[in-house]
Design a protein around this ligand. Structure first.
Ligand code: FES
Length: 507
């Protein structure tokens, strides 16, 4: 990488080499840093302190930070680019547990803890000092099970074909290795007391060694989706003090403990008024409710939001078109990593179709108005098939939300806030999500909530003196709805595959 610059991240002391000009949001997101407002320069949650090097003050920095903060070197990471070598300190890892701008209250505990978000594709693990809430070290990795299938259903198939033990061995070994690395990089003399892991239902089973056979066919009811507790040595981990390892319970069907953690992180379970939480992955997970009752469901949205099954689709990585907008009647594309485009990721796809609808290049029924192919920025283009894939994905999510809201006994306009969890939720433009009818709520009600799975796992670490992690009272208030069994699902799904006609809001 001849055009590389160096970035040193404090307090972890981690050193990275990145392409000159790379947006810090892309660089830091890959390191497990959260961008609570989705990198729109609105929340201050991503602020960093410049210790060496230079970062020009942007207009968003001026709006959000005081003169004294700017002089002291504070900047918004989501607005900054690495044009030269930098040494920066992350406020997020210094200031207890952050979500939005608020610091969650926590009761200090003894020792250290590790929180793990075990995703189908990626794993993030953080080591915390439970006395201060500070993050001591972070590890991110691609899930090593992916060599046996990229998505959850192909992992299930591999497990059913005799590969369960291999998948269990791989993931236990990988997470054990990550924890060993976390402890080594933090140094010091803290004792690791607890590990909390969250993940979707298939990840839960494939870590805990539970048969996934019931998840392979209708009615997709998990065999045992409750809290699982291990001692480290039972998992083959040789860790000082033999800490307790908990995989938090799932919520039913394909709604896993990552969503339970999302409820904790967004405080959905404490809300007076009805709120929604959406996790828009291959398997879209939805929760609607308030502190009295919550409904959850999963919907097989397909992998379009992750850029898969799109002809030039890719994950949100260097070279992906991640944003598209219309300026003076022309399309403008933002490419991650400041390099020529080589594909398009989910957020770019949503933006592109929203722009295409505004320009009349995509019709409400989903047809491309002129050709079978639409060039966004050479060589990246979208085909009729790609638009169809997006319609299937967005139709499934939008229908799921409507049905849960109906079952809950509310109208769409009664929902006071919609949290978008995960990486896609962080990057997606809210106005585009509404323009295509994916999240049919006014943009001011939609809030990117960052990695709510990891945040919820961290919160769980701090409450283990109150309960064992089974969350039985909370789970009693949550009912799982099987969308396919709803008599109205198919009609609503087909209706929701259409794109809204025109830009006006509908309520
Ligand atoms: S201001 Fe940067 S993520 Fe919100």
């Amino acid at each position: 990488m001849s055009e590389a610059v160096r970035i040193e991240l404090l307090p972890l002391g981690k050193k990275l080499a990145v392409q000159r000009g790379a947006p810090l949001q892309d660089v830091l997101f890959a390191q497990g840093v959260e961008f609570p407002c989705g990198g729109r320069g609105r929340c201050k949650g991503c602020r960093i302190k410049l210790l060496e090097g230079s970062l020009p003050v942007t207009s968003e920095d001026e709006q959000k930070l005081t003169r004294a903060e700017l002089t002291a070197g504070w900047r918004l990471a989501c607005r900054a680019q690495a044009t030269g070598d930098l040494k920066i300190e992350l406020a997020q890892w210094e200031a207890a547990i952050l979500a939005d701008e608020s610091v969650f209250a926590f009761r200090p505990q003894e020792g250290w803890g590790v929180a793990v978000d075990l995703g189908t594709t990626t794993i993030v693990a953080q080591l915390l000092d439970l006395r201060t809430g500070h993050v001591l070290a972070v590890q991110t990795a691609l899930n090593s099970q992916a060599q046996h299938g990229a998505d959850i259903m192909s992992r299930v198939e591999f497990a059913l074909a005799g590969g369960l033990a291999e998948l269990v061995r791989l993931i236990r070994q990988q997470i054990g290795g990550m924890i060993t690395e976390l402890l080594a990089s933090a140094g010091g003399d803290g004792e690791l007391k607890n590990v909390v892991i969250v993940g979707n239902t298939v990840m839960h089973h494939l870590f805990c060694g539970i048969s996934v056979e019931p998840l392979s066919h209708y009615p997709f009811v998990p065999a045992n989706d409750g809290l699982q507790i291990f001692r480290a040595n039972e998992l083959g981990w040789n860790l000082s003090g033999n800490p307790t390892v908990r995989f938090l319970p799932c919520l039913g069907g394909f709604v896993g403990s990552d969503i339970l953690a999302g409820i904790l992180a967004t405080k959905l379970h404490a809300s007076e008024l009805p709120v929604a939480l959406l996790d828009l992955g291959t398997n879209g997970e939805i929760v609607v409710g308030n502190r009295q009752k919550m409904l959850c469901a999963s919907t097989a949205a397909g992998p379009a939001f992750e850029g898969a099954r799109i002809s030039m689709g890719m994950r949100a990585a260097t070279g992906a078109i991640s944003e598209v907008h219309v300026q003076d009647g022309q399309l403008r594309c933002h490419v991650l990593g400041n390099v020529p485009p080589r594909g398009i990721c989910g957020s770019g796809l949503v933006d592109a179709v929203a722009s295409g609808l505004d320009l009349g290049l995509v019709l409400p029924a989903g047809k491309l108005s002129a050709n079978q192919e639409w060039t966004l920025e050479p060589p990246v283009s979208l085909t009729q098939w790609d638009i169809r894939e997006l319609q299937l994905a967005k139709g499934a999510i939008a229908a799921g939300v409507r049905i849960l809201v109906q079952h809950w006994g509310a109208r769409m306009e009664d929902i006071v806030r919609v949290y978008l969890a995960g990486a896609f939720g962080n990057y997606i433009r809210r106005s585009s999500a509404r323009r295509i009818g994916l999240v049919d709520f006014p943009p001011e009600k939609i809030q990117a909530a960052g990695n709510t799975a990891l945040l919820g796992a961290k919160l769980a670490l701090f409450s283990l003196d109150e309960h064992d992690g089974s969350y039985s009272d909370l789970r009693k208030k949550i009912r799982h709805i099987s969308l396919n069994e709803d008599p109205g699902f198919h009609e609503i799904y087909v209706e929701q595959m259409q794109f809204p006609d025109g830009t006006a809001g509908r309520f």
